[in-house]
Design a protein. Structure first.
Length: 446
């Protein structure tokens, strides 16, 4: 492998060529070929678009300063916000990154921010919001590590321009708001968020809802609130449903519900349904419900209930702990498999298929870790593909299996500077000794 050099109108280029010839033969060969190489480089340069370097633009606080900065920016620029309040509605219609100057910067967007542009890619990271963020159209949107004191993220009408983009909502903190998404393709990732009094709702397309903490909300996770089929993975979340009759509602499509802590309180005496499943059409659907903690804090709660076209829904429940006041613990018409679960309190499991009726021996009722003598240890599904992270047999409960909840809990530590990394299910079924999965990694702001 040898090099030759070509100077063309101020451009200089070195290009390689392969040869097995002698030195004198190489010289004669290159003298003959050099003009053709140079013509090729001229043609290549003529067809290359001019690429300008993306700018970093400092934006001071004030009224309409952020809107003016967006209007004056070029695609690919980064807007860096300083300490202070930014007033005025903002329309982001370009490919931009919007972030604070430093991790400790308190940049507050007081009014509504809307992201709406054909083919754009937008990242918003590390800001504080007082009003809704509205997501309408883009190729890709990343909402990372932001804080809402009120309101939340409204993406119910979000349309991806090319149908191949994505929506990534990771590491946000919402005080009184919700995350509502309606992505029409297969790429919604809602992970590691903390909602103090709101809900996560998704409709249309495939979504991964993983590692979130949703507390004391009026509705926990509502999936497929419309009639369009969805495929959803609800994994490693902490859901505390204190003021609702339903904690997880899946109204269309299918779901994998793995390794969640699901606590249901008293909704004013109304019968609660921890997980409600049903279809708006006669299409078939299924739910795989595995290695969850389901704790009912009041009476008249059902572990699983179906509605609508219930006969078209199939439920498989394995390795769950169902405890306290879950009286009618499941809907027998929908469940086709119910194995290796543990029931305690008012909940009663069938005495077949590896199910247990026993005290799970929790160390506490916050993390729900098992005591060393717990009958749930090594009592879950025996499939090797569902083994614990230490490769022992699956433990019943949220620390059992390859998707233990603690690998999702650790992602929400606000003091951590390590990237967010989430393992995500694809099919959820081991086939031929292989488990198809994907992972998402997001760098934290420093």
């Amino acid at each position: 492998l040898l090099d030759s050099h070509c100077d063309i109108g101020g451009f200089s280029a070195t290009f390689p060529y392969y040869s097995n010839a002698t030195s004198s033969q190489e010289d004669r060969l290159m003298r003959r070929l050099k003009p053709f190489y140079c013509l090729f480089i001229i043609a290549l340069l003529a067809t290359m678009p001019f690429v300008s370097k993306a700018a970093e633009i400092m934006v001071p606080p004030g009224t309409d300063t952020l809107a003016d900065a967006v209007a004056g920016a070029a695609n690919g620029d980064t807007l860096i916000l300083q300490d202070g309040a930014y007033f005025g509605d903002v329309l982001v219609n370009k490919s931009l990154t919007i972030r604070p100057q430093y991790r400790s910067t308190q940049a507050v967007v007081v009014d509504t921010m809307t992201i709406d542009g054909v083919g754009i890619e937008v990242t918003v990271q590390g800001l504080e919001f007082r009003e809704d963020m509205i997501l309408n159209e883009a190729d890709a949107i990343r909402i990372l590590e932001n804080h809402w004191t009120a309101n939340g993220i409204n993406a119910l009408n979000y349309t991806e321009s090319q149908g191949v983009g994505s929506l990534v909502i990771v590491g946000n903190h919402l005080g009184l708001g919700s995350i509502n998404s309606g992505v029409s393709t297969d790429n919604a990732y809602i992970a590691g968020n903390v909602l103090l009094d709101g809900r996560i709702a998704h409709n249309n397309g495939t979504a991964w809802i993983v590692g979130n903490s949703v507390r004391k909300q009026s509705s926990g996770v509502a999936i497929g609130s419309g009639s369009n089929a969805v495929s959803t993975r609800i994994i490693g979340n902490r859901l505390s449903c204190e003021r609702t009759t339903i904690c997880i509602s899946l109204r269309s499509g299918s779901a994998l519900i793995f390794n969640n802590i699901i606590e249901v309180g008293d909704a004013g005496g109304s019968p609660n349904r921890v997980i409600q499943l049903g279809l708006f059409s006669s299409d078939t659907g299924f739910a795989e419900i595995r290695n969850n903690i389901i704790r009912c804090k009041a009476h008249n709660h059902s572990f699983i209930r179906t509605f609508g076209y219930a006969s078209f829904y199939e439920v498989r429940a394995h390795g769950n702990i169902i405890t306290d006041n879950c009286e009618n613990n499941h809907d027998h018409d929908a469940i086709v498999q119910f194995t290796h679960n543990l029931c305690s309190g008012d909940a009663i499991c069938p005495n077949t298929d590896g199910n247990l009726n026993a005290d799970p021996q929790f160390i506490d009722l916050t993390d729900y870790r098992l005591a060393p003598t717990s009958p749930a240890i090594d009592a879950g599904p025996p499939d090797f593909g569902l083994a614990d992270l230490d490769r022992t047999r699956n433990d019943i409960g949220v620390y059992g299996g390859p998707w233990s909840i603690d690998q999702y809990d650790v992602q929400r530590d606000p003091q951590s500077l390590a990237p967010y990394v989430y393992p995500l299910f694809m099919g959820g079924i081991v086939s031929g000794g292989e488990l198809e999965l994907r992972a998402i990694g997001v760098a934290r702001f420093r």
